[in-house]
Ligand binder design. Structure first.
Ligand SMILES: *[C@@H]1O[C@H](CO)[C@@H](O)[C@H](O)[C@H]1NC(C)=O
Ligand SMILES: *[C@@H]1O[C@H](CO)[C@@H](O)[C@H](O)[C@H]1NC(C)=O
Ligand SMILES: *[C@@H]1O[C@H](CO)[C@@H](O)[C@H](O)[C@H]1NC(C)=O
Ligand SMILES: *[C@@H]1O[C@H](CO)[C@@H](O)[C@H](O)[C@H]1NC(C)=O
Ligand SMILES: *[C@@H]1O[C@H](CO)[C@@H](O)[C@H](O)[C@H]1NC(C)=O
Ligand SMILES: *[C@@H]1O[C@H](CO)[C@@H](O)[C@H](O)[C@H]1NC(C)=O
Length: 478
C-alpha cells in the first residue's frame, strides 16, 4: 500500500514536471531568443526548411557558445505548428581530416528529397577559414533528420561558389542558386539545375551578372518565382533585394528592396521563405538571420515576418510585427493587440529629456538616456506570468552610406529593471534617422496594475532614444 502510494505520488510529480516543461509557445517573436521544446536555445542559423507529411524540418548551422569549433555541426529541428521546435540532433557532424573538419566552414545547409534514389540530399557551402576553397558540399541520408553521410565537395563546373540556396520546383527538378564568390571579379549569381540524383550541378539556367549578392533563396508561389538575396556587408545587415520571374530561365525583373529603407531589412539577412497553408489563407513567411557579431554568433536571432506578395507586379514586402500567431495548417496569421505606454509619460531623471520625433508614437521621444539618467514607465498592468513586451526605440547609429567614411555602430546597450529588480542588459541594434525599431523582452510583472519598468544606459553609456513600450499577453498557452 505504502509502495503504491509512493509510486502514485512519484507519477504525479513526473506528470507535473512534464506539464511544466511542456509549456507551448503561442507566438512567433522576431528578434527574441528562441528556445526548443527542451528549453535550450534554438541554434539553426542560415537555415533551410522542408515540409514532409505535415511536419516541418529546419536545418541550420550550430553556433552554440559551448561549441568552439569553426564547424561544429548542422542541427535539425522538427515542428508541426512552426511555433514549437523539437531538437532532432545533428544532421551533419564534423569529420576531422576532411573538407568538413572542425577547422573548416560549412554554411547555409539546405536539404532536398530525391525520388530516384529515395535519399535526402543536404547541400552546403564548404570552405576553409579564409574562404579560399569556395566549394559546394553534399551529404545524403534515407531519413530526413539524418544523420547524413558526407560524400564530397566540389567547385560547380570547376568554378568558385560561395553562399548557396537550394530550390525544388513543382516538377521535381531542383536548382542551386549561388554566388561565384568574392575571389571572382565578375561577382555573379547563378541558378543551376541539379542532376537527376541531386548530387551535382548539371546546367546553368540563368546568371545574374555582376550583382555581388549573397544569402540567396528562391520561392515559387504557383505563378511567379522570387529570388531573395542580400548585399555583402559581413555580419551587418543591409537592404535585402528581390527579383521575380515567370520562369527560372528568366527574364527576371529588376531588383527591389523588400523592407522599408533604413531598417536594413529589420536588421536581418535573407535565408529562406516558408509557404504555409493553401488557398485564401495561405501565407508566406520570410525567414531571416539577425546575426550578432562574429565572436558572439551564438546570440544571433531569427527574424521571421509575414511577406505580402503580389504576383501581378512581382512585389515582395515585409513589415514589422512584434509578435503574431500562425495556424500552420491554414496559413492564417493573427496579430494580437498590446497595450501602449508612452516613454514621455514616464518619470525622467538625470540629463534625459523629451523632444519631438515626427516618426514616433505621439510624435515625442525621450532622448539623452546616458550617465545616470533613467526613464521609468509606471502603472503597467501585468498578468503575473511571463509575457512579451516590445521596446520601441530610435537608434540612428546605422547611418553608414550617409556618413563620410561609412562607419556605423551595430548596437547600443540599455538596461531595464522590472519593479526595481536587478537591471538586465539589452542590445538595441541600430537603424537610421527616424527609423523606429522594436526589441522584444520576456518580462514577468505582478498580476494587476502598479508595475514599473525602468530604462537606463549600460555602465554610463548611451541607450537608444525611447519611444514607447507595448505590453502583450502571456508567452505560453497555459
Ligand atoms: C511520409 O509519409 C509517407 C507515407 O505514409 C511515408 O512513406 C514516409 O516515410 C513519410 N516521410 C517521413 C519523412 O516521415
Ligand atoms: C584556404 O584555401 C586557399 C586556396 O587553397 C589557400 O590559399 C588558403 O591558404 C587557405 N586558408 C587556410 C587557412 O588554410
Ligand atoms: C532511419 O530511421 C529508421 C527509423 O527510425 C532507423 O531504423 C534507421 O536506422 C535510420 N537510418 C539511418 C541511416 O539512420
Ligand atoms: C544515381 O543514383 C543511382 C542509384 O543510387 C546510381 O546507380 C547512379 O550511378 C547515380 N548516378 C549518378 C550520376 O550519380
Ligand atoms: C547625475 O549626473 C550628473 C552629471 O553627470 C550629476 O550632476 C548629478 O549629481 C548626478 N545625479 C545623481 C542622482 O547621481
Ligand atoms: C521567459 O522568462 C521566464 C522567466 O525567466 C523563463 O522561464 C522562460 O524560459 C522565458 N521564455 C522565453 C520564451 O524566453
Amino acid at each position: 500500500m505504502r509502495f503504491t502510494m509512493l509510486t502514485h505520488s512519484t507519477l504525479l510529480l513526473s506528470l507535473f514536471s512534464t506539464l511544466v516543461l511542456a509549456r507551448k509557445n503561442k507566438y512567433i517573436v522576431p528578434g527574441a531568443t528562441w528556445y526548443d521544446t527542451d528549453g535550450n536555445i534554438l541554434s539553426a542559423h542560415a537555415g533551410g526548411i522542408v515540409k514532409v507529411n505535415e511536419t516541418w524540418y529546419w536545418f541550420g548551422q550550430n553556433e552554440r557558445s559551448e561549441d568552439k569549433d569553426l564547424f561544429s555541426g548542422i542541427n535539425v529541428y522538427s515542428s508541426s505548428d512552426l511555433l514549437n521546435w523539437k531538437n532532432e540532433g545533428r544532421a551533419l557532424s564534423p569529420i576531422p581530416g576532411t573538407d568538413i573538419g572542425p577547422e573548416k566552414v560549412v554554411e547555409r545547409p539546405k536539404a532536398v528529397f530525391n525520388v530516384l534514389t529515395q535519399n535526402w540530399v543536404l547541400w552546403f557551402h564548404a570552405d576553409n577559414s579564409t574562404y579560399g576553397l569556395l566549394r559546394q558540399g553534399i551529404a545524403t541520408s534515407p531519413n530526413v533528420t539524418g544523420p547524413y553521410t558526407f560524400h564530397e565537395t566540389f567547385r560547380p563546373f570547376g568554378n568558385p561558389s560561395q553562399d548557396l540556396g537550394l530550390f525544388k520546383d513543382v516538377d521535381g527538378e531542383a536548382y542551386a542558386l549561388y554566388s561565384n564568390g568574392d575571389a571572382d571579379t565578375d561577382h555573379d549569381n547563378l541558378i543551376t539545375r541539379l542532376n537527376a540524383n541531386f548530387t551535382n550541378v548539371e546546367e546553368v539556367v540563368y546568371t545574374f551578372y555582376n550583382f555581388d549578392l549573397e544569402a540567396p533563396n528562391i520561392l515559387y508561389t504557383g505563378k511567379r518565382y522570387y529570388a531573395l538575396m542580400s548585399h555583402k556587408t559581413g555580419y551587418r545587415p543591409n537592404n535585402v533585394v528581390v527579383f521575380s520571374a515567370e520562369k527560372l530561365a528568366g527574364p527576371w525583373s529588376v531588383q527591389s528592396y523588400i523592407a522599408a529603407l533604413g531598417t536594413r531589412t529589420w536588421n536581418s539577412q535573407s535565408t529562406f521563405t516558408i509557404t504555409a497553408g493553401e488557398g485564401f489563407s495561405k501565407s508566406y513567411i520570410y525567414c531571416g538571420d539577425q546575426w550578432a557579431t562574429a565572436d558572439q554568433l551564438y546570440d544571433s536571432r531569427y527574424v521571421w515576418l509575414p511577406a505580402d506578395i503580389d504576383d501581378r507586379t512581382g512585389s515582395f514586402k515585409i513589415n514589422w510585427h512584434d509578435i503574431y500567431t500562425i495556424d500552420a495548417k491554414t496559413g492564417r496569421i493573427t496579430y494580437p493587440k498590446g497595450r501602449d505606454y508612452e516613454a514621455e509619460q514616464g518619470e525622467i531623471t538625470g540629463l534625459a529629456y523629451i523632444t519631438l520625433c515626427p516618426t514616433c508614437s505621439g510624435t515625442q521621444v525621450v532622448t539623452g538616456i546616458e550617465g545616470n539618467a533613467t526613464v521609468t514607465i509606471k502603472n503597467i498592468i501585468g498578468t503575473g506570468q511571463p509575457q512579451w513586451l516590445s521596446v520601441y526605440y530610435h537608434n540612428p547609429d546605422g547611418l553608414w552610406g550617409d556618413n563620410r567614411g561609412g562607419v556605423s555602430v551595430l548596437s547600443r546597450t540599455a538596461t531595464y529593471s522590472v519593479n526595481g529588480g536587478v537591471p538586465v542588459s539589452i542590445r538595441q541594434r541600430s537603424g537610421s534617422a527616424g527609423i523606429i525599431l522594436s526589441q522584444p523582452l520576456n518580462v514577468t510583472f505582478h498580476a494587476g496594475g502598479g508595475n514599473t519598468l525602468s530604462f537606463a544606459g549600460f555602465n554610463g553609456g548611451a541607450a537608444a532614444d525611447l519611444d514607447k513600450i507595448v505590453v502583450y499577453g502571456n508567452i505560453y498557452d497555459d
